[in-house]
Design a protein around this ligand. Structure first.
Ligand code: UD2
Length: 321
């Protein structure tokens, strides 16, 4: 049994990680400021974890949260490219200052390793596909810069203080529990719930924008593998966590519409500021060095995700049917 601290535990990735670790019999502590996460996501495991409502910027809180911890899985962030374009300072505070605060606490508490939720947005306008970790980053949005800055901090904390770290560059993670109620929600959560409400989603751009959409269970397995990897790879190195396949927004729209029996054609709007056009991961480094295999494929993950939103809606409004 190991002791884990999950930051952002009430978010959809953090809570999915927590359920997996509790199931394996590990001790799980989690923090979340509940700004975008929800305690509903922790309902089934609330009594099995040590949850504390806390902000990453709370230095004393971070010190106590890291006490006695083996592995920190750092998922907390003010996510979203457009949010960072609108308010770069607020997302910088959480994503960069918050992470630095956590790193200092993790260093002082002598945790064994930190695994960081980095972002594929770091590649920005790199024209070559698929994206490989050795490419120079070309971040476009403030969010991409913030996520990249923290990769460098993780590397620096290894070099300066010997704190082991691994950066997992997530490629568009989706799945059950992804928040759908904000203008900054991920596209799959947004399209699904918009169609379920009988409204037509808007595709920003021409619909040919593509992403390597990766089901959340694959991100969970990447985190667990990153904890087990030998110290020689935990030197602040970066790993792409995608699937190696990409899908256009038109394909995503059609797949969700097909599952929901939604027949309206999409509305097309202007492209979103800060967006990159195509994103596809080369996952060989993660496969070779972490043993990562994206077992859940896109369509299977999408089926499970849409089914989850349908089941939730059913739970909330059984009488309305
Ligand atoms: C970025 C990162 C991702 C993760 C995420 C966290 C890239 C390639 N990916 O995801 O790894 O860090 O940020 O927030 O940078 N869209 C619509 N209609 C909508 C909503 C979105 O067309 O109503 C489009 C959006 O313009 C974009 C695509 O869908 O082209 C995906 O958007 P998203 O917000 O789900 O994720 P993205 O790619 O910004």
């Amino acid at each position: 049994m190991a002791r884990y601290l999950i930051t952002g535990i009430a978010g959809f990735i953090g809570s999915t990680l927590a359920r997996a670790l509790v199931e394996q019999g590990h001790a799980v502590r989690g923090i979340d400021n509940l700004s975008t996460g929800s305690l509903d996501n922790l309902a089934e495991i609330r009594s099995s974890i040590d949850f504390q409502q806390m902000d990453l910027l709370d230095a004393a809180g971070m010190r106590s949260a890291c006490e006695g911890i083996d592995y920190v899985l750092h998922q907390a962030a003010l996510a979203s490219v457009p949010r960072s374009v609108k308010d770069p300072l607020a997302s910088h505070e959480s994503n960069v200052n918050g992470t630095l605060n956590l790193l200092i606490a993790a260093r002082d508490a002598k945790v064994r390793r930190i695994v960081y939720a980095a972002s594929s947005s770091a590649y920005g306008d790199q024209p070559t596909q698929p994206k490989q970790e050795a490419m120079s980053p070309l971040p476009l949005s403030p969010y991409a810069v913030q996520k990249l800055a923290c990769e460098y901090y993780i590397q620096s904390f290894y070099r300066s203080y010997g704190l082991e770290g691994i950066c997992l560059r997530y490629f568009n993670i989706f799945g059950p529990r992804q928040a759908a109620d904000s203008p900054y929600s991920g596209v799959i959560a947004k399209f699904t719930t918009t169609m379920m409400a009988g409204q037509t989603p808007t595709i920003f751009g021409d619909g040919l924008t593509s992403r390597d959409f990766n089901y959340v269970e694959n991100a969970v397995s990447a985190n667990l593998l990153a904890c087990l990897a030998p110290s020689s790879v935990a030197t602040g190195r970066v790993f792409n966590i995608g699937t190696g396949e990409s899908h256009t927004l038109n394909e995503v729209y059609a797949a969700i519409a097909g599952q929901l029996g939604f027949t309206a054609e999409p509305i097309y709007g202007p492209p979103r500021a800060g967006d990159i056009k195509h994103s596809l991961a080369d996952i060989r480094r993660a496969t070779d060095e972490l043993g990562y295999q994206p077992k859940a494929r896109f369509h299977e993950g999408l089926r499970k995700t849409v089914a989850w939103y349908l089941a939730e809606a059913e739970k909330k409004a059984p009488a309305a049917r």
